[in-house]
Design a protein around this ligand. Structure first.
Ligand SMILES: NC(=O)c1ccc[n+]([C@@H]2O[C@H](COP(=O)([O-])OP(=O)(O)OC[C@H]3O[C@@H](n4cnc5c(N)ncnc54)[C@H](OP(=O)(O)O)[C@@H]3O)[C@@H](O)[C@H]2O)c1
Length: 253
C-alpha cells in the first residue's frame, strides 16, 4: 500500500533482470519502500541486481517467473501477494527482441517472440489488473516501444508484438478507470541495455536511467502514455505518415 504521501512501498518487476525495469524500480525507491520483488527466469542469477537496489530497510527478493508460461500466472500473482502483501507498482519489463533474420529462417523463433511479448504480457497484465481491482489501488507500468508505432521491415515481428501490446495496454488503461488503479504505457526509443548490446544506436538513443527518470516523473504526474525521450512523440507523428515508398527506404539501423 502506498503511504499517506503516495510513496510506493511494494514494487514487483516482471522481468526482474531487465535493465530498464530495474532502473525504474530504483528510481521509485524512497525511504518508505519496504520491498522489491524481482520476478525472472533465473532468480539465482540476480545477486548483482539485488545489490544495486540494496539499502537500509529495503527487502529485495528474487522469485521464479516465466512470462511465456501463462498457465502459471494466476498462482504466481497469488503467491507474490501472499508473501509480500498488496502490490503498489508492477513494472512489466520482460520481452524478447530477436532478429528479423532468425524469424525469417525459423518462424518458430517469431512465434516465441510473439508469445512472450504479447500473449505472455496480456496474461500477466490481466492477472495484475484482477488483483488491483481487489485491492482498489495499484499502478501497472507497461514497457511498449516506438517500434510498435510503425513496423519496420528490419524488425517487424518485434514491432508487431509491441503494436499489439500497446493497443492492449491502452484498452486496459481505459478499463481500469474508476477502480482506483491505473496503467501507464511507456514507449521508449533505442535504449542502451542488454537487449540492444552490439547494435548501432538509433537517433535519440537513451539509457535505462533516463527512461526511469521520465517514467517515474510521468507516473507521479498521472500520465497515461509517455515517450522516452519525449521528442520521439513528434518524430513519430511524422514517421507514421511518411509515404510507404520513403518508409521502405529508411535506414535499417
Ligand atoms: N532496449 C531498448 O532499446 C528498448 C526499447 C523499447 C522498448 N524496450 C522494451 O523494454 C523492456 C525492457 O527491455 P530492456 O532494454 O531492459 O532489455 P533487457 O535488459 O534485455 O531485459 C529484458 C528482460 O526480459 C526477460 N525475459 C525475456 N523473456 C522472458 C520470459 N519468458 N520470462 C521472464 N522474463 C523474460 C529477460 O530475462 P533473462 O535475463 O532471463 O534473459 C531480460 O531480463 C522490454 O519489453 C523491451 O522490449 C526496450
Amino acid at each position: 500500500m502506498e503511504n499517506a504521501v503516495g510513496e510506493v512501498q511494494n514494487i514487483l518487476v516482471l522481468g526482474g533482470r531487465s535493465e530498464i525495469g530495474v532502473a525504474i524500480a530504483r528510481e521509485l525507491l524512497t525511504p518508505s519502500t519496504q520491498r522489491v520483488t524481482l520476478a525472472c527466469r533465473r532468480p539465482d542469477e540476480t545477486r548483482d541486481v539485488e545489490a544495486s537496489l540494496s539499502r537500509d530497510g529495503l527487502r529485495v527478493d528474487s522469485v521464479i517467473f516465466d512470462g511465456a508460461d501463462t498457465s502459471t500466472h494466476a498462482d504466481f500473482i497469488d503467491n507474490v501477494v501472499a508473501t509480500s502483501g498488496d502490490l503498489d507498482v508492477v513494472i512489466l519489463a520482460f520481452g524478447l527482441l530477436g532478429t528479423q533474420e532468425e524469424c525469417d529462417d525459423d518462424p518458430q523463433a517469431a512465434v516465441k517472440i510473439a508469445h512472450t511479448n504479447y500473449t505472455g504480457a496480456v496474461s500477466i497484465s490481466l492477472e495484475v489488473a484482477k488483483r488491483f481491482r481487489q485491492q482498489g489501488h495499484g499502478r501497472l507500468i507497461i514497457l511498449s516501444s516506438v517500434a510498435g508505432e510503425r513496423a519496420r521491415k528490419a524488425n517487424f515481428v518485434y514491432g508487431s508484438t509491441k503494436a499489439g501490446l500497446d493497443a492492449f495496454a491502452q484498452g486496459l488503461s481505459d478499463a481500469m478507470v474508476g477502480t482506483g488503479a491505473n496503467v501507464m504505457i511507456v514507449r521508449p526509443g533505442f535504449v542502451h541495455s542488454a537487449m540492444t548490446a552490439g547494435m548501432k544506436a538509433a537517433p535519440f538513443s537513451t539509457t535505462p536511467d533516463v527512461v526511469a527518470q521520465l517514467t517515474v516523473r510521468g507516473l507521479r504526474a498521472g500520465k497515461r502514455i509517455i515517450w522516452t525521450p519525449g521528442i520521439l512523440r513528434w518524430v513519430f507523428v511524422l514517421m507514421r505518415h511518411l509515404p510507404v515508398a520513403i518508409w521502405r527506404r529508411m535506414p535499417e539501423g
